[in-house]
Design a protein around this ligand. Structure first.
Ligand SMILES: [Zn+2]
Length: 202
């Protein structure tokens, strides 16, 4: 088992929705604030995008894009993240540290796509976590070195992706030395870990 301690910072206001609709707020925060499944989902989409759309990772890894998860030969992304709608959680689980967060409320106007003007009666209130909040979470990994590298790339890919309702985020790994010791840390892993050792966007 390899343990990775990650800190995540939201660079714009963050809302992971999915809360109860019995609320005076139109878009409340998720009761878990930052559900592990949302982090995992963002990592999965971000790394699939890097593989399939951006053509990164030199064809080393495959991603089926969840189009045919029933395919006989599983792709690397499904092996690492597990299959959608199945109990298989793949190669790792995430635990988010609980903490109290500041909440703020913003009122927005929906814009009519056709006329590009505000739709009438379209004000809505959204609950947000203000910019520059830090969250800690821990990843528990249990597969081989090859997929471990894909996991590290998935964390890196979060910096170019979005979380919840379009929030930009940055991430860093707090225990890079420990991670390096717990696997046979080659040059590639060293290089990714050094990129992850501090925030990229500052
Ligand atoms: Zn797949």
């Amino acid at each position: 088992m390899i343990t990775i301690k990650v800190t995540l910072k939201n660079l714009s206001s963050l809302t992971v929705a999915g809360g109860s609709t019995i609320s005076s707020i139109d878009i409340p925060l998720n009761p878990l604030v930052l559900p592990p499944s949302s982090i995992k989902g963002a990592m999965r989409t971000a790394v699939s995008h890097a593989i399939n759309v951006l053509g990164l990772l030199d064809g080393e890894y495959t991603s089926c894009g969840e189009i045919k998860p029933e395919k006989l030969k599983p792709c690397d992304v499904c092996s690492l993240f597990g299959y959608p709608n199945s109990k298989d959680s793949g190669c790792f689980t995430i635990e988010v540290d609980r903490k109290e967060v500041k909440r703020a409320y913003i009122t927005r106007v929906s814009i009519d796509d056709k006329t590009q003007t505000a739709s009438e009666g379209s004000l809505f209130t959204q609950e947000v976590i203000p910019t520059n909040n830090e969250f800690s979470f821990t990843i528990y990994y249990r597969c081989d070195l090859r997929l471990f590298k894909l996991l590290l790339y998935s964390i890196l890919a979060l910096r170019y992706w979005k979380l919840g309702r379009n929030s930009m985020i940055d991430v860093k790994v707090e225990n890079t030395d420990e991670v390096c010791k717990s696997i046979s840390c080659d040059e590639e892993v060293k290089s990714i870990l050094s990129q992850l050792s501090d925030y990229m966007w500052g």
